[in-house]
Write a protein that binds this ligand. Structure first.
Ligand SMILES: *Cc1c(COP(=O)(O)O)cnc(C)c1O
Length: 374
């Protein structure tokens, strides 16, 4: 049967069909709020109070959501998490970094550092797709690069400092983890992410929660006279953030939707609430796959299974591409696997915006499609 000819019955259609890993579901209520605010917000100067108060609200919301200790600062810049990697190459890594590489995102950051002419060759510790390596503290390493959730494979790891504070900065790529996973801010120096994943907003911005040690490092590198492109300078970003601004014009809708999502999470009980909601959703998926005759969770070790992005392998008798095609034809979007992983797989993101009831319906929809394809 042609996958796009499969029609799901009404009771197997989620209320919202967006399960993408990023951009991810934007809550309709957030858009309604944006439209209501638009006449005095969209199309107005980002140097005036209407926009600066949203940035201020967002900075305060981040500090509350992550329970940031005294001295930590919330910094913003344009470009998203991938640009933050470049910013880290210039403003955070002093001489040599260590990278845990276990999927496309962590690998990309390591490769950028390896190409930087002003840095020593990084120490890259890799592990097979579906697992994660452990850091190996070493005296000549000044920066440890961890990834809280590898979005390409659906592997998560706990954020734990590999060395004592002052023995090396801990940078955590939390792009798909932030807002949906618990974290102790004492365990990181920089926890950075983009708005279009757990924060259900749009792309183009990076946010970094920076410890006093990270802020000191930025100043110390500036003092060495290293050439730093202005748009990638964290010193410039920090200076602007303190004034509730960004160096150049940000996406105003992005900022608004992210602030709205942060308030929504806080209003429901904060990070603990959001993390539990995501765990409920992924348990539905992993539990269903474990019971299924044709599906299995890709990540073998339970402790490494992501609570926000579930990767599910399918029996080779079933072509997972056809499943995602049939789902797409029925309005269930972006369940395709990370393309370069090359597995017979579906990848389902269940950030806080996703309703766990929709996840239960999705598992029923997949069963239906597999039956119809057989
Ligand atoms: C999506 C993602 C990125 C890249 O984010 P952009 O906003 O596209 O720059 C980096 N790291 C991880 C873990 C991601 O999931």
């Amino acid at each position: 049967m042609n996958p796009s000819d499969i029609t799901l019955p009404d009771d197997l259609r989620p209320a919202d069909g967006r399960f993408g890993s990023g951009p991810s579901k934007v809550r309709p209520e957030a858009l309604v709020a944006l439209v209501a605010a638009a006449p005095t917000y969209l199309g107005t100067s980002h140097r005036q109070s209407a926009v600066r108060s949203v940035v201020g609200r967002l900075r305060a919301g981040m500090a509350e959501l992550f329970a940031l200790p005294e001295g930590y600062e919330v910094v913003f810049g344009n470009g998203g998490a991938a640009y933050f990697w470049d910013a880290a190459v210039f403003s955070l890594i002093e001489r040599r970094s260590q990278h845990l590489s276990f999927g496309n995102f962590s690998e990309s950051f390591a490769a950028m550092v390896a190409n930087a002419p002003h840095l020593a060759s990084p120490d890259i510790i890799s592990s097979a797709a579906g697992t994660h390596p452990e850091p190996k503290p070493w005296p000549d390493i000044d920066t440890y690069a961890l990834t809280h959730n590898e979005t390409s494979t659906g592997v998560a790891m706990e954020v734990v400092r590999p060395v004592l504070v002052d023995e090396g900065l801990v940078l955590v790529d939390a792009t798909s983890a932030a807002g949906g996973m618990r974290v102790d801010p004492n365990q990181f120096d920089c926890y950075y992410f983009s708005p279009q994943k757990g924060f259900g907003s749009d792309g183009g911005l990076w946010i970094a929660l920076c410890s006093p040690a990270a802020l000191d490092r930025v100043d110390r590198i500036v003092a060495t006279g290293r050439w730093i492109p202005e748009s990638l300078s964290l010193a410039t970003a920090i200076e602007n953030a303190r004034l509730d601004q960004t160096y150049n014009t940000p996406g105003l809708a992005t900022l608004f939707l992210m602030a709205d999502q942060t308030d929504w999470i806080l209003g429901n009980g904060g990070l603990e609430w959001a993390a539990s909601r995501c765990e409920t959703s992924t348990s539905i998926l992993y539990g269903w796959a474990e019971k299924s005759d044709f599906a299995t969770p890709f990540v073998a070790d339970h402790a490494d299974r992501s609570p926000v992005v579930a990767t599910i392998d399918f029996d080779e008798a079933i072509d997972a591409t056809k499943i995602s095609k049939a789902l797409r034809a029925n309005g269930i979007l972006d369940t395709e696997p990370y393309r370069r992983l090359g597995r017979n797989q579906l990848r389902v993101a269940v950030y806080p915006s996703v309703d766990p009831d929709d996840v239960t319906i999705l598992t029923g929809a997949i069963d239906h499609v597999v039956g119809a394809l057989a």
